[in-house]
Design a protein around this ligand. Structure first.
Ligand SMILES: [Zn+2]
Length: 180
């Protein structure tokens, strides 16, 4: 799977350089830290002996984190089918069994189906503003709702609360404990 590593490492450099301040963007900062830890594990595990199952879970977590960070189409995942075919051949050439190869590549193929919800990155930004500016739900809705109306109604706020609730469940799963 060394085919994926160069793209992943250049994406890592970009993300490190764009890392925001934890005071203004606590959620984005947290997600980036979680993503970086996993990238480092992912890369370090490339030639380990027992990397197969941890790598599979790491790959899924990386994709999930990237969708919330708005990194859903990284360079290393473009032209995925071509890369999967090449990676499959690489693995088989280097002694992986056919079922192992299929199982490993299946993680990537599955993640290529359908785009993640487009609102995830903007939901991260909304929760960052709520936390860093201490905004009420009404203030937050007024500032971040993209419905286009001048007056926002309860549906706007409900939608926002629901998306932030989904984000909070995701953050808890990744160990965030300080949520209001
Ligand atoms: Zn609205």
């Amino acid at each position: 799977m060394r085919l994926y590593a160069p793209g992943l490492l250049s994406r890592r450099d970009e993300v490190v350089q764009s890392r925001p301040s934890p005071e203004e963007h606590p959620v984005r900062y947290f997600l980036i830290e979680a993503w970086l830890r996993r990238v480092d594990q992912f890369v370090a595990g490339l030639w380990g002996e027992e990397w197969f199952i941890p790598r599979q879970q790491l790959a899924e977590e990386l994709f999930e984190l990237e969708s919330w960070l708005g990194l859903s189409e990284p360079a290393y995942a473009q032209n995925l089918n071509d890369r999967l075919n090449a990676a499959g051949q690489f693995l088989v050439d280097h002694g992986a069994s056919f079922p192992e190869t299929q199982r490993l590549l299946g993680v990537f193929a599955k993640k290529n189906k359908g785009a993640p919800p487009q609102y995830r990155a903007s939901t991260v930004s909304a929760l960052d503003q709520r936390l860093s500016k201490n905004w009420s739900w009404a203030e937050l809705t007024r500032n971040v709702c993209t419905c286009g109306e001048i007056q926002h109604n309860e549906h706007c706020e409900d939608k926002l609360r629901k998306r932030i609730g989904e984000l909070k469940r995701f953050l808890k799963k990744y160990g965030w404990t300080l949520l209001k």
